[in-house]
Design a protein around this ligand. Sequence first.
Ligand SMILES: *Cc1c(COP(=O)(O)O)cnc(C)c1O
Length: 366
Amino acid sequence: MEKETIWSVILKNHFPNSYLEIDLDAISKNLEAIKQRVPNKKVLAVVKCNAYSHGVVNVAKHIQEQVDWFAVANVDEAIELRRASITKPVLVFGVPTYETAAAYQTHNLTATVSHLTHFSILMDGTDYHLNFDTGMGRLGFSPEQVKEVRQQAVLNQRLTCSGIYSHYATADDPGSELVQKQADRFSDLIKQFEEIPLKHISNTGAATNYNTDHYDMIRTGLGLLGYNPGQTRHKWLKPALTWKSKVAQVRPVKRGDTVSYGATWRCPEDGYLATIPVGYGDGIPRSLSNKLQVSINGKLYSQVGNVTMDYIMVYLKGDKISTDADVTLLGGEALNAADWSELAGTNVHEILTNLKGRFEREYLNF
Ligand SMILES: *Cc1c(COP(=O)(O)O)cnc(C)c1O
C-alpha cells in the first residue's frame, strides 16, 4: 500500500465505500502453477477488461517478466498497456478498422486478422495473427477459407504474420466433444501454415482441464487471477482478489419486519441488522438477493432482502456488531467469485468484470 503523506491526508477528496485488495504475489504464483501444468509452452496473459477488474496496469507490470505475450480486447486497452511501459508483444483480439489501423503501427501492437478485408486495412509493417473459427461462432475465418487466407497472407508481405490461433467454446467443461472437434479442425488447418511461428488455441479451461495439444502458447486470463472456469475447482489456483467494506450502520430489527425493496425478506426473530454501503451499482448481482453471505469479524452472515443499488443488508441475529466493523464481501473468509457465479447462475468472468464500482484498489506485494 502506498504511504499516505500529510498532504494527501489533508487534501483527500476520495472516500471510497469499499476496496479491492489484490494480491500480486498470488497472481505470480498462479502463473507459475499454470506453467508447471503446461511445461515448455509460452504464456500469453489475457488482461482485457482491466484485467477482469484487477487493475490492468499494476497486474501487467507485476507479471511482465513471467509472460511472453499480453492480449486485450481492443486497441484502447492495448494503448493503456504501452503507456504503462509494457514492452512485451500485445495481441489485440478485436477487429482492426480504418480508424484504428494507424494505432497498431504507432504502438507496435499485434492485430488479429479474422476477415479478408483486414489484410488491406492494416498499415505496412503491422504484425498480425490469423484467427480461425473452429467452432466458437464469434470471430475468425472459416476453415473452408484456408486457401484464400493463405493466398492473401503470401501476397501481403508488407505485413508480418507472427501467429495463428483459434478459440474454444466449451473448454470450461472437462469432457466436451466440441473441444475435441475444434482441436481436430485446428490441427488440420495449421498444416497449411507450418511456417507461422506461434500457434495457439488453449484458454484457461483448455490448459487446466485438457491434455490436448496446447501448441506453442496458452492464453490465460481467469487462471492468473486464481480461478478455473466452469464447475471444476483446482486447489492449486488461489484467488487474488478480496473485496472489503465496512458496516455503515447497525440497527435493531423486530420479528415480522420486512427488509428492502419488494419486502422479500421477513425477520424471523428480534435481532440486529447491518447495512453495508455496496450494492448492484458496485457489482453485486441483484440476482444474489437473499442468497449471498458476507463475513463480518470472521463469521458468515446472511444478506437479506433485495440487493439495492448502493446497499445490502445483513441479518446479524443476536450479534450486536459495532458500526465500522470490517466486512469481507468476496474472497478471503467470504464466498469467492466461483461461489457467487454458481449462486447467480453466471460465470466467474462476469462476476469479476462486473466489479467496476466505486472502490479503491490496494495492492499487496506491490
Ligand atoms: C478472453 C479470452 C481468453 C481468456 O479466457 P480465460 O477463460 O480467461 O482464460 C483467451 N482467448 C480469447 C480469444 C479470449 O477472448
